[in-house]
Design a protein around this ligand. Structure first.
Ligand code: PLP
Length: 443
């Protein structure tokens, strides 16, 4: 019998929503009246996602490849030991993330620091520690060189190339490689960067490779294929003999609507979500042209962590406004901003069966004083839902905790998981009102 992991519904049971081997309802009972909302992680699911990527990457052999987790998706430090023991690299986008990676014992050569606007302190930290830096622009390179000279060290860099490709199914805010994007340097305008690197090569800088990131929630693997095809000719090893890394930025989407049939919410079948296997297959052929000294790095964030976490919320009440039935819950845009920010879909459902109750369409909204504060529109949920009932908001592992805020002076929620003995483990304490005020008072 295969052991189930992650979040799934065991149909026919009174408490059908499970995390790994435990019912979510039992988990809540064990916490005894926990303040809501809170986040619940399945580390089993996270480990499985890492393993799936690593197994698929093996299919690229003889091309060597590595996985790099994009920490911006979720920087909960309790994820790091899992990544470290699986020998996953880390892609960081701030001095804070880089410092967290270094202090958790990740080798500097396993950390990539990326950003279109890096602070002086973070550049200094990266060069001093020997972290790989993605050069975003000419000005970025100039500052990196300045610090390398000051520190009398060599900066190890990749160039972030904008290949001018974008997936038309992606929300405008998630596009990163269109011609006018703020990230990277256009593929046709690299010569000034090459020249400056050449002038300082082996003295203050070494060019190790190229990075590109096509955007987040990518569903079109064809553009990933095209991207690799565009980047391979850049590997001019005669000109830059240290070149050995091709780093293609994450972006793979996940099927946020996979439970939608359950609640009879329309499933949008127009967009086929590529699997990790589809993704790896899409780059296999173009990679054959890569010199065999080059190693591939893929750096997903969302598709590693998103489905490993749910947000538990309580219903506060129902009310009708014109033709809309509103279901007001205690979670909001401060814990899950993606619907408000990108009109993103997160599945919302009950944790217990209530399956015989009639379902009607609700707008599921939070209590934040902002009209844009909603979690889902026209979601079919039981018409019997009342104050205190629990709901789960699915796939909140990526870009929810890391994008959370204290807007409306709301404390950030607690985060939990179950350890291998099914004991509750606190991954983050719920903030208190005092926590929120502490930094306003200078001693
Ligand atoms: C440089 C870089 N790499 C990787 C990622 C991960 O993208 P995703 O979480 O969609 O996989 C991001 C996120 O936008 C990024 O900026």
């Amino acid at each position: 019998m295969t052991t189930k992991y992650g979040f799934y519904y065991k149909e026919g049971y009174d408490d059908p929503l499970c995390i790994d081997q435990t019912s979510v309802k039992q988990f809540i009972e064990r916490l005894s009246s926990p303040p809501t909302p809170f986040l619940l992680y399945s580390f089993e699911q996270f480990r499985h996602n890492i393993d799936t990527y690593q197994q698929e990457l093996k299919n690229l052999a003889p091309i060597r490849s590595r996985l790099s987790y994009s920490m911006k998706a979720n920087y909960n430090p309790h994820l790091l030991p899992i990544l470290k023991s699986a020998k996953v690299m880390l892609t960081t986008v701030s001095g804070g993330e880089m410092q967290l990676a270094l202090s958790n014992g990740f080798e500097p050569s396993s950390i990539i620091y990326n950003g279109n606007g890096k602070t002086d302190e973070s550049i200094e930290m990266a060069i001093d520690a020997g972290v790989l830096l993605n050069v975003d622009s000419l000005f970025d390179l100039e500052i990196i060189l300045e610090y390398a000279r000051q520190l009398n060290k060599i900066a190890n860099v990749l160039i972030r190339v904008n290949p001018n490709l974008s997936d038309t199914n992606v929300h405008a805010y998630n596009i990163t490689a269109s011609k006018t994007s703020k990230f990277g340097t256009n593929i046709d305008e690299l010569e000034p960067i090459y020249n400056l690197i050449e002038e300082n090569h082996d003295k203050w800088i070494r060019l190790y490779g190229f990075h590109c990131h096509l955007g987040s929630t990518i569903s079109n693997t064809q553009i990933i294929t095209e991207c690799v095809q565009k980047l391979i000719p850049l590997f001019d090893i005669k000109r830059f003999p240290h070149l050995r890394l091709l780093n293609i930025g994450g972006g793979l989407n996940i099927d946020y609507k996979r439970y939608a049939q359950r609640t009879k919410n329309d499933k949008n079948d127009d967009i086929k979500i590529p699997t990790i296997e589809d993704y790896i297959q899409s780059i296999k052929e173009p990679l054959q042209l890569l010199p065999n000294t080059i190693e591939l790095i893929v750096e997903p964030g969302r598709s590693l962590i998103a489905n490993s976490c749910i947000l538990i919320t309580r219903v506060l009440g129902q009310k009708s406004t014109g033709s809309i039935q509103q279901l007001v819950v205690d979670a909001s845009m401060t814990e899950c901003i993606r619907p408000a920010l990108y009109q993103a879909y997160h599945h919302i459902d009950t944790i217990n069966s209530l399956s015989t109750d009639e379902r009607i369409p609700f707008d599921v909204v939070g209590p934040v004083c902002e009209s844009g504060d909603f979690l889902g529109k026209q979601r079919c949920l039981p018409n019997t839902l009342k104050r205190g009932d629990f709901l789960a908001i699915f796939d909140v592992g990526a870009y929810c905790s890391s994008m959370s805020s204290n807007y409306n002076m709301r404390p950030r929620p607690a985060e939990y998981t179950l350890d291998e003995h099914e004991h509750i483990k606190v991954l983050k304490k719920r903030e208190t009102n005092e926590d929120l005020l502490r930094s306003f008072y200078v001693e």
